[in-house]
Design a protein around this ligand. Structure first.
Ligand SMILES: Nc1ncnc2c1ncn2[C@@H]1O[C@H](COP(=O)(O)OP(=O)(O)OP(=O)(O)O)[C@@H](O)[C@H]1O
Ligand SMILES: [Mg+2]
Length: 287
């Protein structure tokens, strides 16, 4: 039976009882508008040993910039609960913003270096909001394992760092990107796309595939790999925030040559919607 809780204390009491009964609690943090990518994270925490799964649905105001889509972000809780029931989620945690951030709230968590470039450069206050809310979710839930998607690659690396630096006793999983049949990475924001933009949006996947194929064939020049990915995205999208090769662990800018485990990351805008995607070169097999 799915339990739905709204208050942090209610969640803490629920998971405390589960742990006392010998259960291992897994956590899947989301902003709702759930899709199959989110459900793959539910399976991932189970595969990592969780016997009960908590999925949080919280559109976190702290991680949106002042000109971003916080107010129009899709909120579809009844559908989300149905999907959670169908996938055997045990607890949905859906707090209101005032429950997360009551008056007087003034404590934040920041990971300093990993958050500077890429998403951090395009969205200056974003990661501070993400790390703060995920730290709160970890504290209220007490999970032994939590799953994040590699679609948000820098977010995953940042949260992994946060958990290590703050001695949080939770295993942080980075899970494969689920894609639509035509290659577009699943994303709640895909529902913003008009049909014409939805068709053009596959250019990101095509670009990543082109760069990955070149890498597999021996191309190591970063400029060339970026150029291969960039050309199609530039033609299809209104603007590009970045098409960049970075170190897979530290996200550092490479020299002229890409290393064996580099990641190619893309962020671009189409019809007012901002999409991100990436591929680990030499590892992710894009077909
Ligand atoms: N296609 C996907 N495959 C695997 N995991 C995903 C995918 N899309 C999102 N996730 C993961 O789900 C978790 C919750 O993300 P979130 O609720 O922001 O969904 P989203 O689809 O990324 O939404 P948005 O499009 O607004 O960013 C994150 O860890 C995110 O990386
Ligand atoms: Mg997201």
């Amino acid at each position: 039976m799915l339990a739905v809780v709204h208050a942090p204390r209610e969640l803490a009491a629920t998971t405390e009882a589960l742990r006392a009964g010998g259960q291992r609690v897994g956590l899947v943090p989301t902003m709702g508008a759930l899709h199959a990518g989110h459900m793959s994270l539910v399976q991932a925490v189970r595969d990592a040993g969780a016997t009960r799964v908590v999925l949080s649905v919280f559109v976190n105001p702290l991680q949106f910039g002042p000109k971003e889509d916080f107010s129009k972000y899709p909120r579809t809780l009844p559908d989300d609960l149905e999907l959670c029931r169908a996938h055997g989620v045990d607890v949905v945690y859906a707090p209101a913003a005032e429950q997360m951030y009551p008056p007087g709230f003034q404590t934040h968590v920041e990971v300093e270096q990993l958050t500077q470039a890429l998403e951090g450069a395009a969205r200056p206050t974003h990661f501070r909001g993400v790390t703060t809310v995920v730290a709160k979710l970890f504290n209220a839930t007490g999970p032994c394992v939590a799953a994040f998607g590699r679609k948000d690659y820098q977010q995953w690396r940042t949260l992994e760092r946060m958990a290590a630096d703050l001695d949080m006793p939770v295993q942080v999983l980075g899970c494969p990107i689920l894609r639509e049949p035509d290659g577009l990475a699943m994303s709640s924001r895909n529902r913003y796309l008009q049909p014409e933009h939805r068709t053009r949006a596959t250019a990101i996947y095509a670009g990543l595939r082109g760069a990955s194929a070149a890498f597999a064939a021996g191309e190591r020049r970063v400029a060339r790999l970026e150029e291969l990915a960039r050309a199609g995205v530039a033609a299809a999208f209104d603007s590009i925030d970045y098409v960049t090769v970075a170190g897979a662990q530290d996200l550092a800018a490479p020299g002229e040559q890409a290393a064996e485990h580099s990641v190619m990351l893309v962020a671009a805008r189409i019809g007012g919607t901002r999409l991100i995607d990436n591929a680990i070169l030499g590892q992710d097999c894009l077909v």
